[in-house]
Design a protein around this ligand. Structure first.
Ligand SMILES: C[S@@+](CC[C@H](N)C(=O)[O-])C[C@H]1O[C@@H](n2cnc3c(N)ncnc32)[C@H](O)[C@@H]1O
Length: 392
């Protein structure tokens, strides 16, 4: 592909990303892979270059751009080399017309910038939400240890006890250590959220929103494969990815249970008042993961944010009766918004007598309300809110 054809390809892809954001379609990564699956003539350098152009534009444009071309013109305004490729050449973008303007740039749609500011995410804290994320690994202590593991690269240790950090894009999936389950890909913030659970060997632990089990695997390792570990989710597709991952990791204690939305309590009666710890890694807006999905901020609406907050409150209500007296409830979201963090905990404590918030003291992050917050700027991790609540 010529450099101009790459720019045109990025414009077409951005149109698809904008439409998907509006219609709740596929994520940008999938759209990019599908696009190139149908264009086998594009080589790996073309793919990389187009992908970079797309993500440069997504990161730059805060509000949803009117078109892919306007988004790419915003990139061109800052990069004369890209501007020069709007030259009307074959397969390239048409020259810039009179009065044609770039899409507005910025952090996010205006309402969301205000919501972030209300949660004290402004300035450098805000811009760091759109940094490029490193690649973090967790050494699986069921099979290896950070102090002795031998890997094809030289990762840096992170603040998580078994965390390692590599440059983005490192092809760890090809490593023997990855295929044999010695390491898992997991952001350091996510590892620290698991640390906050304090899961111990022999305990009964429920991961209520287990998804494909990223955190469940860390809990199994903390429990040294002893005790009861129940992984639940309402999404069959996600939960079905857990058993093969658990097998690879040698995590033998995990029982997975698909639960029907709306019927959660009755499907969990056998665990009523039985859990030492329940982790609620709740669905959220994902404002803390924009480093990986910057187009997520084009998808979010005030109504969706309110719906996430309602779901989080409902999940806390489902989780609380599962905790035994003296047990703990750990609430986690990958969001930096108080509506999905400190605000949820305040409301829960106001409505539920007999619960108190524990003082967390994790190696990264800082207190936020009655919980703890990690952020890309302060901690170099994804953004997270973590709270641990104890039942009297
Ligand atoms: C943030 S994700 C979990 C990520 C996962 N814990 C991990 O570490 O990879 C939230 C999960 O909650 C699940 N979920 C949504 N509503 C639920 C409900 N009512 N009960 C249980 N899980 C639910 C979603 O399907 C999704 O997989």
């Amino acid at each position: 592909m010529t450099p101009a054809a790459r720019v045109q390809a990025a414009i077409e892809l951005l149109d698809a990303v904008i439409a998907a954001a509006r219609d709740r379609g596929a994520p940008a990564d999938r759209l990019i892979s599908d696009y190139f699956r149908q264009r086998r003539y594009a080589g790996s350098k073309d793919r990389r270059a187009v992908r970079e152009l797309v993500y440069d534009a997504v990161r730059l444009c805060g509000p949803v751009p009117p078109s892919g071309r306007a988004a790419m013109l915003a990139v061109a305004e800052r990069d004369p080399a890209v501007r020069g490729l709007f030259d009307g050449s074959v397969h390239g973008p048409a020259p810039v017309g009179d009065g044609e303007g770039p899409a507005p740039v910025g952090l996010a749609p205006e309402w969301l910038v205000a919501e972030l500011a209300r949660s004290d995410i402004e300035g450098a804290e805000a811009t760091a939400l759109l940094d490029r994320a490193p690649l973090d690994l967790r050494v699986n202590t069921l099979k290896a240890d950070r102090a002795t593991i031998s890997l094809p690269a030289e990762p840096q240790p992170t603040a998580a006890p078994q965390g390692l950090r590599l440059p983005p894009g490192t092809a760890v999936e090809q490593w023997h250590a990855y295929r044999e389950g010695l390491v898992e890909v997991q952001d350091t913030g996510s590892q620290l959220a698991c640390l906050a659970v304090g899961a111990r060997p022999g305990e009964t632990v429920i991961d209520l929103c287990a998804g494909a089990g990223g955190k469940t695997l860390a809990l199994a390792a903390a429990m040294e494969n002893r005790g009861v570990l129940l992984a639940c989710d309402t999404d069959r597709g996600r939960l079905s990815r857990l058993p093969p991952r658990a097998a690879r990791a040698g995590a033998g204690i995990i029982e997975s249970r698909l639960i029907d939305p709306g019927r959660e309590p009755e499907m969990l009666t056998d665990f009523a008042g039985a859990a030492d710890a329940v982790l609620v890694d709740a669905p959220c807006s994902g404002t803390g993961t924009w480093r990986r999905n910057p187009e997520a901020r084009w998808r979010l609406t005030p109504a969706q944010l309110a719906a996430y907050a309602d779901t989080q409150a409902r999940l806390l209500g489902i989780a609380a009766p599962l905790v035994k007296p003296g047990g703990r409830l750990i609430f986690v979201t990958c969001s930096v918004l108080d509506a999905e963090g400190a605000g949820q905990v305040d409301r829960f404590l106001a409505e539920n007598a007999g619960w108190t918030s524990d003082r967390l003291d994790l190696p990264l992050g800082k207190p936020r309300g009655k919980g703890w917050r990690l952020s890309p700027f302060h901690d170099g991790t994804d953004g997270f809110f973590i709270a641990r609540l104890s039942r009297a």
